[in-house]
Design a protein around this ligand. Structure first.
Ligand code: ADP
Ligand code: ZN
Length: 362
């Protein structure tokens, strides 16, 4: 068997994240989470033609007793709706699924979030096996149990905490991922180094070229290390009452940029890259860390082909207003995840508007 890494996520319902090449053909691994005789494979119109048959065949071979149905979404964030949620629920109902049915999510964050929410709701919660196929989903959204769909009023407004039964990340699936999506995932990888692992940031600087070239071993290492960080954080703070907030480094700025661009400009990872640089610069302005550290972060992100400055045409005052509305902003003035330097993030409340504007206008 090919080399694989396993990251255990503890908590009330522990589960394992398996990372490595060729896992999509490993029926025993894929089927280990299936307790009953029904599985609904949820995927999207890009991923299903590439991988759904392989996964289905591997599962059928290992678990001939399980009936496997499919529900495929149109690709893109626009599909993360209550309407598609309802269709997926209808698909489960049509199969006569019982409480031991399993939802298998094969795709990026959109598929994982929607399928996870379907699993959270069907009969008050059934198993969900996450098979992330984007780097972003492998290192972030498939781990930790946050599930949701969007409303016209905002992203992820309807959802639930529902940890998966297993996460299976096949690094070979990344070979078909558009380069821009790979780079977006690298932004979240850099985030783990930035918030709690300075040595990881050194390693990313060393291995940047290998990662960009899609080197399997380098990607597997980066994913495993990222997942270990996410696992440690969500184990200690599953419901985001404290430490989990550190995962929002760069996200208060990033969400504002995404929303202000009407979700048609930078993608999530790109917006977070810009947001992290702004957060690092704001930290320097607040006297917490040095400018040089902000520039080192910006240099690494730029090497990964990510934007590190605000896109043109965005109004600082409008961005500030968005940040005030962000559900992560608290009543006591603007709250940001800032850092005392690389690897040392913390939540800072009561940041003055002028400081934020100064960083946005720079
Ligand atoms: P994310 O995981 O970045 O949150 P999406 O679920 O929207 O977001 O996935 C990003 C895009 O990449 C979508 O168009 C999706 O269909 C496509 N995609 C996902 N995984 C793969 C893959 N392994 N190969 C090719 N395209 C993929
Ligand atoms: Zn993110």
């Amino acid at each position: 068997p090919s080399p694989r890494a396993i990251v255990e996520v503890g908590g009330e319902k522990p589960y394992a994240i398996t990372i490595g090449p060729g896992l999509l053909d490993d029926g025993a691994l894929l089927g280990a989470g299936l307790r009953g005789r029904h599985a609904l494979l949820v995927s999207d119109g890009n991923v299903a033609p590439l991988y759904a048959d392989r996964v289905t065949q591997a599962l059928r071979a290992a678990r001939p007793d399980v009936r496997i149905d499919g529900y495929f979404l149109p690709p893109g964030e626009a599909s993360k709706t209550l309407a598609h949620f309802a269709e997926a629920i209808d698909a489960l109902a049509a199969t006569g699924a019982t409480r031991d049915a399993c939802v298998v999510a094969l795709g990026g964050g959109v598929v994982g979030d929607l399928a996870g929410f379907v699993a959270a709701c069907w009969m008050r919660g059934i198993d969900c096996v996450q098979i992330p196929t984007t780097l972003l989903a492998m290192v972030d959204s498939s781990v930790g149990g946050k599930t949701a769909v969007d409303l016209p009023q905002g992203k992820n407004l309807v959802g639930a905490f529902h940890p998966p039964r297993a996460v299976i990340a096949d690094t070979e699936a990344l070979l078909t991922l558009p380069p821009r999506e790979l780079r977006a995932g690298l932004a979240e990888v850099v985030k783990y180094g930035a918030i709690r692992d300075a040595a990881f940031l050194d390693w990313l600087e060393d291995r940047a070229d290998a990662l960009l070239a899609g080197d399997d071993a380098a990607l597997a290492d980066a994913i495993a290390r990222s997942c270990r960080h996410k696992a440690e954080i969500v184990e200690r703070d599953p419901f985001e009452r404290g430490e989990r907030a550190l995962l929002n480094f760069g996200h208060t700025f990033g969400h504002a940029i995404e929303a202000e661009q009407g979700f048609g400009g930078l993608n999530h990872g790109e917006a977070v890259a810009v947001g992290m640089v702004l957060a690092a610069r704001l930290s320097a302005r607040q006297g917490l860390a040095g400018e040089a550290e902000a520039e080192r972060l910006a240099a690494l992100l730029a090497r990964f082909g990510l934007p590190v400055a605000l896109p043109g045409g965005l109004d600082p005052a409008a961005l500030l207003e968005r940040m005030r509305l962000d559900k992560k902003a608290a009543a006591d003035g603007l709250r940001f995840v800032l850092w005392d330097g690389i690897g040392a993030a913390r939540v800072v409340a009561g940041v003055a508007d002028e400081a934020v504007l100064a960083v946005l206008e720079k």
